[in-house]
Each structure stands twice: as structure tokens, then as C-alpha cells.
Design a protein around this ligand. Structure first.
Ligand SMILES: [Zn+2]
Length: 470
């Protein structure tokens, strides 16, 4: 998961000491949940040295311990990538005609270097009202909610009417990895087929005064596309410099990309989110109000986009994320490459984005290649009242008076792979996060402790409502 639309709503950091849920104060069911969460965070699932397969096995062991039969649990992996496996578990409903719901989560996390972090990224640390650790926000808190939900329902008195299908997969964060969601859809649709799926990407935001301002259900996402930019050159001895240099040429291209702003696009969904953000009377909020009244107001767009959360969903964005050049310190570079990551607005294609980059760079010596361009593009799920109304009804109990609006993700989720089986996948509301995105993918990733426990309570009741558990 990446930033979502509601990121624009903002939150000032909690005062120290607020919302500190320490172990001792936990209900027994919360302590059980915390143990699952801790195990997931402390199982390294980075692509480089971690193992989703190991995390999947640990979750499988917990399910078995809770009474799931071997036949209810399926492990899967690509033999050539044995550490990138996943797990599917089924909790059979009592009414075969009632259908099924998919609870989807990715186990993998973005790389994290211990030396760059303040705390060990693979230890769950609770401090000042926050859980710190890689994956605490994206998305092991929600993975743990799904596992915990299945265990509680299995052990509960009343069986759900609807079948619940849990799928924990790998490869969401890295294009080159084995994507378990994609694999399941293509190879074992029977395991994941459901009336609809619940996934990451939704959430909720607090107002600067700590009030819960809005909840979002993710219904639409940008497409993430990496481009490899490359310049090659005959090179030579660095004592004999030549005017044409691969590094300089690539650098000039990258600076042109930095200077390019894609055209503003507004959808019904982003308008709703922006309208709430525009209520805040800071510079970006005032500009956003002007922009909503006149989407052609370029100056208003420029000021509004100084809020990174507004900028993230205002248009397509392309940003350089990696750089590699040269082969020796005393040689002219023969090759310079960069990865430019684009977050493409719904309705636009990667081909159009590539053409824009080529035009902006205006240098035929810079080649631009789309990487893994066969990825499907997300189709926004319909706002089906059978899905949305229970979200609202349960929210009225847990978070009374907080509006629930559809959101658009600035990034992509595994929801995009479910087009071929025509399944709508929604990013669930419930966990209220910080406007800074909780540093997901970045340093010192964290999530508010209180948000996790409250979100868990909300989501458990929501799944029970969908599944027909009294
Ligand atoms: Zn994620």
C-alpha cells in the first residue's frame, strides 16, 4: 500500500503520553492479536534476505493451533522463488448458498537497513503511543487482523454463514518478485473466488485537534510503472575527458523530469477528498478551494500541491528513485541508468506517460524502457451498497459521526490483479493513520497503537456483519 487520498486530511502528532496502550492494559483478545502482529513484524519478509514463506508457515501454524484442518490450509510458492510463498486458509460458512468473502493481505515489506533506522526495523517496538517497525503500517497490522479474525471466528460459538477466504501473499512491494495475488487469480481462482475482497489501502484520518475527521474505503488506484532510463557512451580514460558524457546526459534528462508537472485531473472521488482538505484554512487548503472552483487555475494547483498528499493524487507523478552509473573511478562512464517511478492517473496509459517523458527530455540518446509493463491496470470497484452500507453501519457504532468517503490510492495495491476473475476488491476503512503516511516504505515506519486496536475492533465487527455472524 502507498499513500491514500485521505492522507490529505492531516494530523498533528499526539502529545506525549496520549493513547499509550501498554501490554498490561490490554484485553486478553488484544494481547493475542498483538502476539500475531509481533510475530509478523519480527519475521523479516524483505525480498533480499527475508522470507514470506516463513511468515506464511507461522500464520498457518497459528491457524492449525486454533483448530483449522490441514485441508483448510493451502501453501503455495514458485519453486524458483521458494522464499516468496504465501498461504490461503478457508473458514467454511454454514450456508453454501451465502457465498464467500476474501480477506487479502501482502506479507512482504520494503527493504529496511538497520543502520539507517533509529530502532531495529525487525523488532516490534512500542513507544510514545506508536508501534515502530518495518511493516507495522504497511501492512502487517491488517494481516494480523485477518489472521486473528479467522481464529476468533473459528473458536467462536456461531459459525459464519458465508465462507471466509484468507490469502496472505508475497511480492506486492516489488515488481520483480513472485506476486502471489496475481498467481492465485491465474492459477488457483477457486482458492480466492469470492463475492468481493477486503484489502489494504483504505483507512481514516484525524483532524489536527485529534478528532476523527473521515474514514475512507479505497475504490480506485493509480498505476505504478517503472521506467529504465539509459545512456551509453564509448567511454575512455578519465584523464582525457570528452564533451559527451553519459552521466551528464542522463542527469540533464532527470532534471527535465523534475521540472515537468503533469496536467491536473479531478475525479468524483478526489473531489470529495479535496473538498474536506480544502476546509483547512492553510495556504494549500485555500488554494485547493480555488482549484476545485477552477481546475484550470495553474497557480492554485501549484500551491495546493505543496501538500504532498494533495500532490500525490492531483495528477500523474514521475520521480527518479534509483541511479547507477560508471564502472571505474578513473574512466569515462560507458553507461548511466536511472529508474523513474511513475504513478499514473486512472485512465492514462504507460505508453502515454512514456511519450510525455520522451518529449520532456527531448534527447533521443536517452532510451526509456517500461519495466514489467504487462501489469494489469486497476479497475475501480463499484460502490456496491451491499459492501458500503455495512461499512457505514459498523462505523456508526465504533466511530459515530465520522463520514465514510471513497478514496483513490496514490499508489497501487494487489487489488489490481482481480480484474480477470471480475472481483471487486476494496481497501477497508478502520485504521486511522497519520498524514505523513506513517513513513510506510521509508525510515522508522510506524502506526498509532490506539489506531491498530480500534481498527481491529471495527474490522472484526465488519467481517462479522458481512459473514452473517451474530
Ligand atoms: Zn502494502
Amino acid at each position: 500500500m502507498r499513500l491514500i487520498a485521505t492522507g490529505i486530511l492531516g494530523l498533528s502528532l499526539l502529545a506525549g503520553g496520549a493513547a499509550q496502550a501498554q501490554d498490561a492494559a490490554l484485553r486478553p483478545d488484544q494481547a493475542a492479536y498483538r502476539a500475531i502482529y509481533k510475530e509478523l513484524v519480527e519475521t523479516n519478509t524483505t525480498l533480499s534476505v527475508g522470507s514470506c514463506t516463513e511468515a506464511a508457515a507461522k500464520m498457518g501454524a497459528r491457524l492449525k493451533g486454533a483448530g483449522f484442518a490441514d485441508g483448510d490450509i493451502t501453501y503455495f510458492a514458485d519453486p524458483s522463488k521458494p522464499k516468496e510463498g504465501g498461504i490461503v486458509a478457508h473458514l467454511k460458512g454454514s450456508d453454501p448458498k451465502a457465498g464467500a468473502i476474501l480477506l487479502l493481505g501482502h506479507l512482504d515489506v520494503v527493504e529496511a537497513r538497520r543502520e539507517d533506522w533509529t530502532r531495529d526495523p525487525f523488532t516490534l517496538i512500542e513507544e510514545n503511543g506508536y508501534f515502530y517497525g518495518r511493516g507495522t503500517a504497511d501492512m502487517k497490522a491488517l494481516d494480523a487482523v485477518w489472521v486473528d479474525t479467522l481464529i476468533r471466528l473459528k473458536q467462536g460459538k456461531a459459525a459464519p454463514k458465508r465462507t471466509l477466504k484468507l490469502a496472505l501473499t508475497c511480492g506486492e512491494e516489488t515488481n520483480e518478485a513472485f506476486n502471489g495475488a496475481d498467481w492465485l487469480v491465474k492459477n488457483r481462482p477457486d482458492l480466492i473466488q469470492a463475492d468481493f475482497g477486503l484489502n489494504e489501502g483504505g483507512g481514516g484520518r484525524l483532524a489536527p485537534d485529534g478528532r476523527r475527521e473521515v474514514m475512507t474505503v479505497l475504490a480506485g488506484e493509480k498505476a505504478s510503472q517503472n521506467f529504465l532510463l539509459e545512456v551509453t557512451n564509448p567511454g575512455g580514460h578519465s584523464s582525457r575527458p570528452l564533451p559527451d558524457n553519459a552521466i551528464y546526459r542522463l542527469s540533464e534528462a532527470l532534471l527535465k523530469i523534475r521540472g515537468h508537472v503533469f496536467p491536473v485531473k479531478l475525479t468524483d472521488i478526489t473531489r470529495q477528498a479535496f473538498a474536506i482538505r480544502a476546509e483547512r484554512p492553510d495556504e494549500a487548503g485555500v488554494a485547493l478551494k480555488r482549484l476545485l472552483a477552477n481546475p484550470a487555475d495553474a497557480e492554485a494547483a501549484r500551491i495546493a500541491s505543496t501538500d504532498p498528499n494533495v500532490n500525490a493524487i492531483l495528477h500523474t507523478n514521475c520521480i527518479t528513485t534509483r541511479l547507477d552509473a560508471g564502472h571505474a573511478s578513473n574512466a569515462l562512464p560507458q553507461r548511466a541508468t536511472a529508474i523513474v517511478n511513475c504513478r499514473i492517473f486512472p485512465g492514462e496509459t504507460w505508453q502515454e506517460t512514456r511519450e510525455t517523458l520522451m518529449r520532456v527530455i527531448g534527447d533521443s540518446r536517452v532510451s526509456i524502457k517500461a519495466l514489467n509493463a504487462d501489469k494489469p491496470i486497476a479497475i475501480a470497484p463499484p460502490l456496491d451498497p451491499r459492501v458500503i452500507e455495512p461499512m457505514k453501519a459498523v462505523a456508526a457504532k465504533h466511530f459515530p459521526g465520522v463520514p465514510l468517503i471513497p478514496g483513490m490510492a496514490a499508489g497501487a495495491t494487489d487489488g489490481l490483479y482481480f480484474g480477470p476473475v471480475k472481483m471487486a476488491v476494496y481497501g477497508v476503512p478502520g485504521m486511522f493513520g497519520d498524514p505523513d503516511g506513517g513513513f510506510a516504505h521509508g525510515l522508522n515506519e510506524r502506526i498509532r497503537v490506539r489506531s491498530v486496536y480500534e481498527g481491529r475492533d471495527y474490522l472484526f465487527d465488519l467481517v462479522k456483519a458481512y459473514a452473517g455472524v451474530k
